[in-house]
Design a protein around this ligand. Structure first.
Ligand SMILES: [Zn+2]
Ligand SMILES: [Zn+2]
Length: 297
């Protein structure tokens, strides 16, 4: 057994909103001394082939980060669910690993999410036009290129048009921040359904950064319900989670029999290059693999 194994199970590339192409991510992973890297782009597996070809000495764990929502109204949880989002529902992120992306139900869901992203981005461009902002869909699509189109691309088009000085300024209530004048809501999966879809496709799920920010804060009660639905792990070690929250999440993972994982959530230069700044222990990694449906372990 190797004395040390370093596994970063949460990494983005330019296939979603990271700045570096998948091959560059794998090259940096090797430089960072990582043994395992999970490529977990938002709602897409488009980067896997390139990452696999460039993996070199690093083991690629194919993954994805699914955007989910808990609808506060339709859940009969005693005491109610605290909805902390201005949208009236709560978003959460679900990491998924080792699933078959071609499994028909999962594939259909991914197509739906991807199609919706385009419709939503177009709708936001329309609203900006109504507000007098000179940004076209063609510009936004050109900026996004091969990536899944999203608000960062619209923000860059807005900056290019001169209506704002830098892309960051687009994320206010005046423009495309959550609940902003030109904001359009998006389609997102119910997390219990996401867990089921990924399991049916032969994979495992880990709840991403449950305590990283107000908008994606998931309560103990909600995590307990997800564990009962087949969740395999909790992301405990994440740059945006405090030591206090980590200790709480570790205790909860232990109580619920969930794997405690870690990852950098690296987005290239956007987050400051930080591959491997948080990792998953060798034991937790093996435990996660043993929970893959049909695993011999
Ligand atoms: Zn996330
Ligand atoms: Zn992420």
């Amino acid at each position: 057994m190797r004395p040390l194994m370093r596994a970063d199970l949460h990494v983005h590339s330019s296939a979603s909103d990271g700045t570096d192409p998948p091959a560059e991510v794998m090259r940096r992973a090797a430089l960072a001394g990582l043994d395992v890297v999970a490529l977990t782009d938002h709602d897409t597996v488009a980067g896997h082939a390139e990452a696999r070809a460039a993996a070199g000495p690093v083991t690629l764990l194919p993954g994805m980060e699914l955007s989910c929502r808990l609808d506060g109204r339709s859940r009969g949880v005693p005491g109610g669910i605290r909805v902390s989002s201005p949208r009236g529902w709560q978003s959460l992120h679900m990491l998924a690993y080792l699933f078959d992306p071609g499994q028909p139900m999962l594939a259909a869901e991914l197509t739906r999410i991807r199609d919706d992203r385009v419709l939503r981005a177009r709708a936001m461009v329309d609203r900006l036009a109504d507000l007098g902002v000179d940004v076209s869909w063609e510009q936004v699509a050109a900026i996004a290129g091969q990536a899944v189109v999203g608000r960062p691309h619209i923000a860059r088009a807005m900056a290019a048009s001169g209506v704002i000085a830098s892309p960051r300024e687009a994320f206010t209530r005046d423009w495309i921040a959550d609940g902003g004048r030109a904001y359009v809501d998006r389609y997102a999966l119910d997390p219990v359904r996401a867990i089921g879809l990924v399991r049916a496709a032969g994979g495992v799920t880990v709840l991403a950064h449950p305590r990283a920010g107000r908008d994606t804060r998931v309560t103990d009660q909600q995590i307990t319900r997800l564990a009962a639905a087949g969740l395999a792990g909790l992301e405990v070690f994440h740059p945006d989670q405090s030591d206090v929250e980590r200790a709480r999440l570790l205790a909860l993972a232990s109580d619920l029999g969930l794997v405690a994982t870690g990852g950098s959530d690296d987005h290239g230069s956007l987050t400051g290059y930080r591959l491997g700044c948080e990792t998953t222990s060798a034991g937790a990694y093996q435990d996660l693999l043993s929970r893959v449906p049909g695993s011999p372990a």
